[in-house]
Write a protein that binds this ligand. Structure first.
Ligand SMILES: CC(C)(COP(=O)(O)OP(=O)(O)OC[C@H]1O[C@@H](n2cnc3c(N)ncnc32)[C@H](O)[C@@H]1OP(=O)(O)O)[C@@H](O)C(=O)NCCC(=O)NCCS
Length: 144
């Protein structure tokens, strides 16, 4: 394997990446049917082609992240790295690219949602500069 093949590169999500992204979601137990089916990805990319990113190593998708922004506010969602490639800085690399894109779009603040019971993840994001806020929200969902 050449150095270039082993290098991790972040690029825009392409429609053919879906099976690999889906398997990363499944492994991380983060697949949520109403948001994460293939047709939802098609719709998201149609509306905002640069809003989903993947990390690629040796032609394989090893991580992913997405941004959600409406010109007024911005969020980063679905950061995930394939288990066998974790703890090598791929997550922060994806996060950095998502942040750069949002900054380029004029945002000077970004938000993430973190499981309130996952202290480890909260501390991890804090080390990456995400301040823990004192306010508390609960998701409430209605079927339309
Ligand atoms: C969180 C995640 C994206 C990090 O990616 P990564 O490429 O491994 O990131 P790094 O290279 O910085 O990994 C090392 C860090 O992961 C942390 N980590 C490992 N598992 C973790 C977990 N379940 N929650 C939080 N942090 C975790 C370690 O504490 C370590 O931190 P340190 O280096 O500061 O000591 C990855 O662990 C992952 O995909 N987790 C499952 C999906 C998930 O929970 N995503 C967040 C959705 S909000």
């Amino acid at each position: 394997m050449t150095d270039q093949e082993a290098e991790v590169r972040v690029r825009n999500y392409l429609l053919e990446d879906y099976p690999q992204v889906r398997s990363i979601y499944d492994e991380a137990d983060m697949f949520y049917e109403p948001f994460d089916t293939e047709d939802k990805f098609v719709a998201k990319i149609h509306r905002d082609p640069e809003s989903i990113m993947v990390a690629v190593k040796s032609n394989q998708v090893v991580g992913t992240v997405m941004i959600v922004e409406d010109g007024r506010m911005s969020m980063i969602f679905r950061l995930a790295v394939i288990e066998r490639e974790r703890k090598q800085g791929i997550g922060p690399k994806l996060l950095q690219e998502a942040e750069r894109r949002l900054k380029d779009r004029g945002h000077n603040e970004v938000h993430i949602l973190v499981d309130q019971n996952n202290e480890e993840l909260q501390d991890y994001y804090a080390r990456l500069g995400y301040e823990k806020t004192s306010y508390y929200y609960r998701w409430q969902t209605k079927v339309l």
